[in-house]
Design a protein around this ligand. Structure first.
Ligand SMILES: [Zn+2]
Length: 124
């Protein structure tokens, strides 16, 4: 008897055998998407995946963002907005990549609370 991917049968002694059909293994999979850019700066090639310091978010990082203690600008802005800028001191040590450079707390806070983004790059 076959139900979905499960196949059951009884052997001559009456014992029940349950088997998984290998339908999924035979199905052709789409080519793996090439996504190896750093998700923090969206510029450099990533060197690996790790958690953000801001929470349990796994993202791809490049060596430079790692060295710069950077976090994705959008995530920082959401956090700062949620806290009305009242964040822990260690958050103020973080940087973010914006319009080709790493920016620090005062500028990040300004973008988060006042929406000054130095076009063309938009936040959110
Ligand atoms: Zn990066």
């Amino acid at each position: 008897m076959k139900v979905g991917n499960i196949y059951t049968r009884r052997d001559p002694q009456g014992r029940l055998h349950i088997e998984m059909l290998e339908a999924n293994a035979k199905r052709e999979r789409p080519p793996k998407k090439q996504v190896d850019k750093c998700e923090c700066c969206n510029v450099n090639e990533s060197i690996g995946v790790a958690s953000s310091t801001l929470g349990a978010f796994s993202i791809r990082w490049c060596a430079e963002c790692n060295k710069q203690n950077a976090e994705p600008l959008g995530m920082l802005c959401h956090l700062i907005k949620d806290c009305q800028g009242d964040v822990a001191d260690w958050v103020k040590e973080l940087t973010a990549f914006h319009n080709g450079e790493y920016i620090r707390w005062e500028k990040i806070k300004d973008i988060a609370l006042n929406g000054k983004t130095d076009k063309p790059e938009e936040v959110e």
